[in-house]
Design a protein around this ligand. Structure first.
Ligand SMILES: Cc1cc2nc3c(=O)[nH]c(=O)nc-3n(C[C@H](O)[C@H](O)[C@H](O)COP(=O)(O)OP(=O)(O)OC[C@H]3O[C@@H](n4cnc5c(N)ncnc54)[C@H](O)[C@@H]3O)c2cc1C
Length: 291
C-alpha cells in the first residue's frame, strides 16, 4: 500500500504552502510530521491519501519553543521530548509536561508533535486537552496568510477540525497569562499508568484566590466525540468556596456539558461517575485539602 502513495518533501515553509495550494481540491495533500498517527492510520487501512506532504524537514522554521510577550509559541514540528527538555517549559507548564510524558513511550515522544496530536483530533489524546485547558490557540497558515483559532473551538466533530485543506498548523500559542499559573491539574484513568488509552480524563485549571476558585477551566477527555471544554461546570465553580460546592450540583452542571459515550473502553455510566469524582479530587488537591 505504501508504495502507491506519493510523498512530497518541501524544502521550506513557502514551498510547502505553495504545494498545498496547488494540490487539486479533490486530492489534497495530507500533512505528516512525526508520522506516529499517520502510519497507524495507513496500517489499519484508513482511506489512504493519494499524496502526503512531509513537513519533517521544516523543523528549522517550525520546530522548537519560543517565548514572547504573547506567551509560549510551540512550533508545529516541536516534539514532546524537545519541549520538556526546557527547564522553563517544565516550570511554567507542569500539566503539559505531565501530559507530554504520558504520550506513548520515549520513542514516540521523540517523534510525536503537539500539532500532530491536535490535528489527529482523538477525544482520548493526552497533550491536546492540557493545551485546551491552558486556553491555547492554533495558528494556521496558508499561502493566503495566517489565522488563529481557539483550541476550544477547533473541533467541529469526531476527528474533524477547522483546518482547510490548503492550511497547516504553524504553531500553538499558550497565552502569557497561563504560563506558570497555579492550579494546573490533570488525571487520566486507563487500564494502566502508562501506554494506555484514556478511558476518562480531566485537565483543569483550579486557581484559588482568597479561598475562592477563580476563572476555572475544565476539559473532559474521552467523554464525547471530541475533547470538550465544560463551560457549565466552569460557570458553577467560578467564584465558589470549597464549602459552597456540592456533588449534586456539580453533577447537574456536568450533565449539561457531557452525555458520555459508551464504547469498547468504558460504559457511559462509568465515565460519568469517574469524571465527577476526578473533578472533585482536583478541587480537593488544588485547594490544599487533599484528604
Ligand atoms: C505506539 C504509539 C503510542 C501512542 N501513545 C499515545 C499516547 O499515549 N497519547 C496520545 O495522545 N497519543 C499517542 N499516540 C499518538 C501520536 O503519537 C500522537 O498523537 C502524536 O502527537 C502525533 O504527532 P505526529 O507528529 O506523529 O503526527 P502525524 O502522525 O505526523 O500526524 C497526525 C495528524 O496530524 C496532521 N498533521 C501533523 N502535523 C500537522 C501540521 N503541522 N499541520 C496540519 N496537520 C498536521 C496529519 O495530517 C495527521 O492527520 C501514540 C502513537 C503510537 C504509534
Amino acid at each position: 500500500m505504501m508504495s502507491q502513495i506519493q510523498v512530497v518533501r518541501p524544502r521550506n515553509l513557502a514551498d510547502a504552502l505553495r504545494l498545498l495550494d496547488d494540490a487539486a481540491v479533490d486530492a489534497p495533500l495530507r500533512p505528516m510530521a512525526g508520522c506516529t498517527d499517520v502510519l497507524v492510520d495507513l496500517h489499519f487501512g484508513k482511506p489512504a491519501p493519494a499524496q502526503l506532504i512531509d513537513l519533517w524537514a521544516l523543523r528549522g522554521e517550525l520546530g522548537g519553543v519560543r517565548w514572547s510577550s504573547e506567551g509560549l509559541h510551540i512550533g508545529a514540528l516541536c516534539t514532546y521530548a524537545e519541549a520538556v527538555s526546557h527547564q522553563r517549559f517544565r516550570d511554567q507548564l507542569p500539566m503539559l509536561t505531565q501530559a507530554s510524558l504520558l504520550v506513548g513511550a520515549t520513542q514516540i515522544q521523540f517523534r510525536g508533535t503537539f500539532a500532530g496530536n491536535v490535528e489527529n483530533g482523538s477525544p482520548a489524546a493526552d497533550a491536546t486537552p492540557a493545551l485546551m485547558a491552558l486556553d491555547a490557540r492554533v495558528r494556521l497558515v496558508s499561502a493566503a496568510g495566517a489565522r488563529d483559532v481557539a483550541l476550544a473551538d477547533y473541533y467541529t466533530g469526531y476527528r474533524q477540525t477547522q483546518r482547510k485543506a490548503n492550511e497547516i498548523i504553524e504553531s500553538l500559542l499558550v497565552p502569557a497569562a497561563r504560563l506558570g499559573c497555579a492550579g494546573q491539574w490533570m488525571r487520566k484513568v486507563g487500564t494502566r499508568a502508562y501506554q494506555a488509552i484514556t478511558k476518562v480524563g480531566v485537565c483543569a485549571i483550579f486557581d484559588w484566590h482568597n479561598g475562592r476558585l477563580s476563572d476555572p477551566r475544565v476539559v473532559a477527555v474521552s467523554m464525547a466525540g471530541t475533547l470538550r471544554r465544560c463551560t457549565h461546570i466552569e460557570a458553577y465553580l467560578n467564584g465558589k468556596r470549597r464549602d459552597d460546592m456540592n456533588g449534586t450540583e456539580l453533577r447537574a452542571a456536568q450533565a449539561l456539558d457531557l452525555q458520555p459515550i459508551d464504547d469498547v473502553r468504558s460504559t457511559a455510566d462509568y465515565r460519568a461517575e469517574v469524571f465527577a469524582r476526578l473533578v472533585e479530587q482536583g478541587l480537593r488537591e488544588t485547594s490544599g485539602r487533599g484528604g
